[in-house]
Ligand binder design. Structure first.
Ligand code: GUN
Length: 287
């Protein structure tokens, strides 16, 4: 078997076209333009790229965006003041603090300062709790993007064995919760897992977000597995690769995401989605 590729770029494009219509409708009927504020503290080169891509995607879709750049030695109190001002600004429906932030600033304190109703990343404890309880309005963007890809490909989830490799707050943990809600049998593995392959071989759906290039090889998966590679790793030779040995694993899988062009384009797309939902909720339209 050679896997069919899941084209995240194409799915993202289709969804963004739908969102543009939804945004135009919000403007025409209710006179509001969804708005997002992005705060970038410091000058992490990867964050610079991610933030630039987010701002461009907003512009292309019709979402108003504001970028606040703060120097890496910004006192925590100054960042909090900025968040407070954005919490109070009715033109801002989403607030995103790009991670990572400098070590002298408390991440939990920052995440909890954001008004949960504007927390389009879904990282505030309120929204984390809502996800655990199964009724979140802001699913974290990367696992949400994976869920949309699986839905787009009509991959059955209920009763399937899903193995998630990576237990981060941003990807692994929320991914597992979302798939549990869809009644999959979910195992979470991580860097301390002994004999990772004994788990990955059980997977009907394998989601890998470990940040280790080539971690998953063909001998570690069963025939017909659906493979979602969330990893983005830059090799010394400049190539961008995921966590999965793509050429080997694609020979056994039924579906697989490429890197780049798989999950990546979906993450920002889900940020657009959450910002639109937040704007709609500000009108009490719901969804
Ligand atoms: N850094 C890496 N991924 C993310 C994300 O989803 N949101 C934010 N705010 N920062 C990130």
């Amino acid at each position: 078997m050679t896997a069919r590729l899941i084209d995240g770029k194409a799915v993202a494009k289709k969804l963004r076209a739908e969102y543009s219509v939804r945004i135009a409708d919000l403007k025409a009927r209710h006179g509001i333009v969804p708005g997002i504020a992005v705060i970038l503290v410091g000058d992490n080169p990867a964050s610079e790229v991610y933030v630039r891509n987010k701002i461009t995607a907003c512009r292309d879709t019709g979402i108003h965006s504001e970028l606040y750049r703060l120097p890496s030695d910004t006192p925590e109190a100054d960042l909090m003041k900025r968040i407070d001002a954005l919490n109070a600004d009715p033109a801002v429906h989403g607030i995103l603090v790009q991670l990572p932030i400098p070590a002298h600033i408390s991440l939990p304190a920052v995440l909890e300062r954001i008004d949960p109703s504007k927390d389009v990343d879904g990282f505030h404890l309120y929204n984390v709790g809502a996800l655990v309880a199964g009724n979140t309005v802001f699913p974290p963007c990367t696992p949400f993007g994976v869920q949309k890809l699986l839905e787009h490909e009509n991959v059955p989830i209920e009763g399937r064995n899903v193995v998630v490799v990576g237990a981060s707050n941003i990807v692994g943990k929320p991914m597992a919760l979302m798939l549990m809600k869809q009644e999959a049998t979910v195992a979470i593995c991580h860097k301390k897992t002994r004999d990772l392959a004994q788990f990955t071989r059980l997977a009907d759906i394998l989601v890998v977000a470990a940040g280790v290039p080539g971690l998953i090889t063909a001998d570690m998966v069963q025939d017909g597995v659906v493979v979602i590679d969330v990893g983005i790793n830059r090799l010394p030779d400049g190539r961008l690769v995921g966590d999965v040995d793509f050429e080997g694993v694609r020979q056994k899988a039924s579906l697989i995401t490429p890197v780049p062009g798989g999950v990546g384009p979906m993450t920002i797309t889900m940020l657009l989605h959450n910002t639109i939902v937040s704007a709609e909720r500000s009108l009490k339209l719901g969804s």
